[in-house]
Design a protein. Structure first.
Length: 326
């Protein structure tokens, strides 16, 4: 009986592929589906750094930037060519939902073509200008847009109808300005959008507030508003919210980690356990604080349910803007 049991276990292990203790057996890649700089890139680099620093992952972890179409180019490749690659993960945020639902530049691939592993943080949208801009307040920008919407060029690190676009036009939309009348320029990542702002190629940018911290410290940009429920601390303590400026709106940006749709059970269990441990590590908490990110951990099951609810909300928002996919 013992011999039979051992033989059966051996067959089961062989049939199930890698054992839980074996994965990961080789270096891992975490993709930021954008250029360098910006929220996805920063999240991927912080994630890999702390996982290695805390020895939660012994294997080498590298970050790859895969810009194009606000993440849609990478998603097309990942969902079709990497759907069983346990060694390639990626980070994302609301664009994985928005890009699948919007009318223009949309993608047939969304979160259902992945294995959501965990939500790690939450961030907020922000409206910013160059430090020496003639627009000193958000009201200045709104007033000028009301006079002539085409007189201001607004930029973001994602495609039209995607996250940075929604962040950028939200104050104007809530102020009664037709969002379709606003001149919006899309870049591949928040870093490129900031560079364009500093190069005087655009007047205003909308992006995630955490990616602007270094530019605020350096005195290069001024944030006119954060799209958070209340004022943030640290470098942003003096930045008013939209609500403080008479605009009843907010935009919360979650960030999470995803794996391939056909991820093995062993790999999924490893990441379920590892990302939960990461969320509890003091080193990770310090990294969040350094980047002005708020912790918001959801495990795979909670995260998947949250994404389903978010998809419904974003669909309604895009519909109200006339940007939803028919």
């Amino acid at each position: 009986m013992l011999a039979l049991s051992v033989t059966a276990c051996s067959k089961d292990t062989a049939n199930s592929g890698k054992s839980t203790s074996a994965y990961p057996e080789k270096p891992l890649v975490v993709v930021a589906p954008s250029g360098a700089g910006g929220g996805w890139d920063l999240t991927a680099r912080s994630l890999t750094k702390i996982l290695n620093k805390t020895n939660l992952v012994a294997q080498t972890m590298t970050v790859e930037n895969k810009p194009g179409g606000g993440g849609t180019v990478f998603m097309a490749e990942y969902a079709t060519q990497e759907k069983a690659n346990d060694y390639k993960l990626f980070v994302n945020s609301p664009p994985i939902l928005i890009n699948h639902l919007k009318a223009e530049g949309n993608t047939p691939y969304g979160y259902k073509d992945t294995t959501p592993l965990a939500q790690l943080t939450k961030d907020y949208g922000a409206i910013a200008v160059k430090a020496d801009s003639k627009y000193k307040t958000l009201k200045d920008v709104i007033n000028q847009l009301k006079k002539n919407p085409k007189s201001i060029t607004v930029a973001g690190g994602s495609a039209p109808g995607s996250m940075d676009h929604l962040v950028s036009i939200l104050p104007a939309y809530k102020s009664g300005i037709d969002p379709k009348s606003i001149k919006y320029v899309a870049y591949d990542g928040g870093g490129e959008a900031v560079a364009s702002l500093l190069g005087d190629n655009v007047d205003v940018i909308g992006t995630d507030v955490s990616s602007l911290g270094e530019y605020v410290k350096a005195g290069k940009i001024k944030i006119l508003a954060v799209e958070s429920p209340e004022r943030l601390g640290g470098d942003y303590k003096d930045v008013p919210t939209l609500k403080e400026q008479g605009i009843d709106a907010e935009f919360i940006i979650w960030r999470g980690v995803f794996g391939p749709k056909e991820m093995s059970k062993d790999a999924k269990k490893f990441w379920d356990d590892t990302l939960k441990k990461l969320s509890e590590k003091e080193e990770w908490k310090a990294e969040l604080k350094a980047n002005n990110w708020e912790p918001e951990y959801k495990d795979s099951e909670e995260f998947t349910k949250f994404l389903k609810d978010q998809e419904t909300m974003i669909q309604k928002m895009l519909k109200s803007l006339g940007m939803e996919k028919k």
